[in-house]
Design a protein around this ligand. Structure first.
Ligand code: NAP
Length: 305
């Protein structure tokens, strides 16, 4: 594949950014990759590892002459980073992000984007529970979705170019409206994470009663919850603070269903439970058929970092 952007600047060098670097390098999609991170420690690791072609001390330096700037910091930090880089953006450049929430990021970032610079929010639907500059790998986005959320009036050519980059990185790309994105992600990712956090919290309380039994006998279901609940606390705090409405809407529905199941258990409604579980089993089959997971007992995650 050929170069899509001559210079790409990544602000934040964690799991998502470092995976982008490896994937862009795999196909030669960027002429030069410049990166920066908030802490001297992360910048030092990136320099030692040769993660980027160049690591700068500030975001302002990183975006100088960049054709594409991608904000790869927690959702709650996007606005401040946008304010910092705004005066240094090249006319005609594209600014994008990878935040897990879209409406709040648009509200925080768009006001800072100067005239003549394109702003195209994005969200790659891929991740692991690991974070930091050494957690990335080139295959993270292979056959995963990347959703582009162009704001009104965006230049279609700029969107097409960003789409080409994400497709080159390995993802399947679709465009989506910001509010719809936030609702879909509340169902597919945000509330499931909250449930995992809760379940692991409950088990932790129990552990005090039963000593180490919860850990000792933890079976696949619970182990998978602990993996999800090990995800970065800053990232997930910001997700819930910034996708409040959709998360609360889905949590309300979840609670209603949970109460219905609780009642079915109490009253011995076996048919109701059986029908419910049959319906959910079909959803799982659909996900496997769509190529978004495997039927392996570990959900195909054995090889992921
Ligand atoms: P990560 O591995 O924890 O890296 C976050 C990066 O942001 C680090 O370089 C960190 O700098 C920097 N940072 C943290 N707080 C900051 C602040 N207040 N100001 C400036 N920089 C700050 O996180 P990640 O998993 O790559 O996530 C990055 C973004 O991708 C988030 O918006 C997240 O919602 C989104 N996302 C994550 C996943 C996932 O599963 N992980 C999936 C899709 C999208 P230091 O290293 O110097 O602290």
């Amino acid at each position: 594949m050929s170069v899509i952007y001559n210079r790409v600047a990544l602000i934040g060098l964690g799991l998502i950014a470092s995976s982008m670097v490896h994937a862009m390098r795999r196909r030669g999609l960027a002429g030069e990759i410049v990166g920066t991170a908030r802490s001297p420690e992360t910048r030092q690791i990136a320099r030692l590892d040769g993660l980027c072609d160049r690591v700068t001390d500030t975001a302002a330096e990183a975006v100088k002459d960049a054709d594409l700037v991608v904000l790869c910091v927690p959702v709650g930090a996007m606005g401040a980073v946008a304010a910092e880089i705004a005066p240094h953006l090249k006319p005609g450049a594209t600014v994008s992000d990878v935040g897990s929430v879209k409406r709040a990021v648009i509200d925080a970032v768009a006001p800072h984007i100067p005239e003549g610079v394109h702003f195209i929010p994005a969200h790659p639907l891929a991740g692991t529970e690991h974070s930091g500059p050494r957690s990335g790998f080139a295959e993270l986005y292979d056959n995963r979705w990347c959703l582009l959320v162009p704001v009104e009036g965006t230049d279609p050519a700029a969107t097409a170019r960003l789409r080409a980059l994400w497709e080159g990185i390995g993802a399947n790309v679709e465009e989506m409206d910001a509010d719809h994105h936030d609702l879909v992600l509340a169902v597919t990712s945000h509330v499931p994470h909250l449930i995992a956090y809760t379940m692991v919290g409950v088990a932790d309380d129990l552990r005090r009663v039963t000593d180490s039994e919860v850990v000792k006998y933890s079976a696949a279901g619970f182990r998978d919850f602990t993996r999800i609940a090990a995800s970065d606390p800053t990232m997930w705090r910001d997700v819930f603070l910034n996708n409040k409405d959709a998360t609360l809407e889905i949590l309300g529905r979840f609670t209603e269903e949970l109460f219905a199941l609780q009642r079915a258990i109490r009253t011995g409604e076996g048919d109701e439970l059986f029908d419910y579980f049959s319906r959910t089993r079909a959803i799982r089959r659909g996900i496997i058929e769509a190529g978004q997971d495997t039927a392996a007992p570990d959900f195909g995650r054995g090889g992921t970092k």
